[in-house]
Ligand binder design. Structure first.
Ligand SMILES: [Zn+2]
Length: 481
């Protein structure tokens, strides 16, 4: 099916949805029943501690949701609870469709970051409603989105809806920490269970607001790659009363000065191009003109220089490396025998940490400075991984067209903006496995009040219900033809 015919099929589906929605109170009743169910699921999930601690147990949450799905009429054979660790099992459920297209996979993690009662103003493991917000560990990251995905699947099942592709939902362990990562494990050991044409990951909110006003609807379609490097200079040292020019600290800091002055090359990809193309439609005139000017080939240098003064734009258009730690010397009255620094890099997709390490060696341009790859467990390696970050997937029209339409319907005037994230989610596993992955949950959040991983994590009650209805409608449109 070509993009054009697909888009018109989707448009037709939308009209049908709107028409049937307008016919009566039945749809509204189904909507409020679904809201009540989503709320119940969220209440239950929050009350199950799924931290990576002795008190935490992801299997308990997976089993509880499996029970809900069986009660809602899913065939036992379409529900699996499985995993490499007794305490960290994953739930995979399939809503069977006509098989016309390859399945769509929905992913969400069940585990949460630790939260201590004494740090919070409410019990983090009880869902509490207060002044229009729902409080609890995981409300945002990401048991709220999990409950919404489950509620949508159950609603479609109970309506007897036959999607044009199977809808598979995987609720998993060990995204926040731990070594049994659920998505990675499922891909390695049960690929057939979660194979799909593309993936929707609920692990980030989509509607970004400022002072209560929605700015845009963000879909993350690409992620930067994280890498740490250690720079090190050694020297025979000596007595500080007899200084010599060859000093480990000076050698290292001269190299760091060269790094500070260096800028990695400007580079756009399919996702960041579309990001700027769409953002230019809602930005202030000067920024909008600059965004259009950097999209030209070759990009306008002055426009790029102006945009690059903004931290966000600089980080979107380049790999960045910055010194984050410094440590040298062993006594106040001795010449340093050692000087070292940690440099943290956020690498554009399509490039490997080893490629960046070699670039650092060139930029530091002093063989006395060794550059090692510093793994997350603290181990140093002479070379960094040569694996390139996954190339941004195409923005599939079967994903984007219904999203554009439904967003315009729900928030008139709001734009869908595909974006690249400097953070990392389980999307890195599905993307690396070749499954185009798009990350969003239709929740409304002010990024300045994003409390994921922090104290008093919360989501708005109205936003939760709105997101619940939105996601159901989107899933229906996405799989109607
Ligand atoms: Zn998360």
């Amino acid at each position: 099916m070509t993009a054009a015919t697909c888009a018109s099929a989707i448009a037709g589906a939308l009209l049908l949805t709107v028409a049937s929605g307008a016919t009566g109170a039945a749809a509204a009743d189904a909507g409020s029943a679904s809201d009540a169910l989503a709320r119940e699921l969220l209440t239950q999930l929050i009350a199950i501690n799924t931290t990576d601690t002795e008190r935490g147990n992801v299997t308990t949450a997976a089993e509880a949701m499996a029970q809900r799905l069986r009660a809602a009429g899913f065939h036992a054979g379409d529900i699996q609870v499985l995993g490499p660790s007794e305490r960290k099992k994953n739930l995979v459920v399939r809503l069977r469709g006509t098989g016309r297209h390859k399945p769509v996979l929905l992913i969400g993690h069940l585990d949460v970051v630790e939260a201590r009662r004494e740090d919070w103003s409410t019990d983090p493991f009880q869902l509490v409603e207060k002044d229009g917000d729902l409080y609890g560990r995981g409300t945002l990251d990401m048991k709220g989105p999990d409950a919404i995905m489950l509620a949508a699947l159950i609603r479609l099942k109970q309506e007897g809806f036959k999607p044009a592709r199977d809808i598979v939902l995987a609720l998993t362990a060990d995204e926040e920490g731990g070594s049994a990562n659920g998505v990675q494990w499922l891909l390695e050991h049960h690929h057939e269970l979660i194979d799909a044409q593309f993936v929707l990951n609920g692990d980030d909110y989509a509607v970004l607001t400022e002072n209560g006003k929605p700015l845009f609807f963000q879909v993350i379609a690409s992620e930067k790659v994280y890498a740490d490097f250690q720079l090190r200079v050694t020297n025979k040292g000596g007595h500080s009363s007899e200084p010599v020019p060859d000093n480990a600290i000076y050698t290292l800091t001269r190299g760091l000065d060269r790094l500070a002055a260096y800028e990695f090359p400007f580079e756009l990809n399919a996702v960041t191009r579309e990001y700027y193309r769409r953002l230019a439609q809602i930005e202030s005139p000067q920024r909008a003109a600059d965004m259009r000017a950097i999209l030209r080939d070759p990009p306008d240098r002055e426009a790029l220089a102006r945009l690059s003064q903004e931290v966000v734009d600089r980080s979107i258009t380049r790999t960045t490396c910055v010194a984050t730690r410094l440590d040298a010397g062993h006594a106040n009255n001795a010449l340093p025998q050692r000087a070292q620094a940690v440099v943290n890099c956020r690498i554009l997709p399509g490039h490997s940490p080893e490629e960046v390490r070699q670039r650092l060696v060139q930029v530091l341009s002093d063989p006395a400075i060794t550059v090692s790859y510093l793994a997350s467990d603290g181990t140093l390696y002479d070379e960094a991984p040569a694996v390139r970050g996954f190339a941004p997937p195409p923005l599939l029209p079967e994903m984007l067209t219904p999203l554009d339409r439904l967003v315009a319907q729900t928030w008139p005037g709001l734009k869908v903006i595909p974006a690249m994230s400097a953070g990392a989610t389980d999307a890195k596993y599905t993307s690396t496995a070749g499954l185009p992955t798009y990350t969003f949950s239709p929740l409304t959040v002010d990024p300045n009040d994003d409390r994921s991983h922090g104290r008093d994590e919360r989501i708005g009650v109205a936003s939760f219900y709105q997101a619940n209805e939105f996601f159901y409608r989107y899933l229906r449109m996405l799989t109607a033809h």
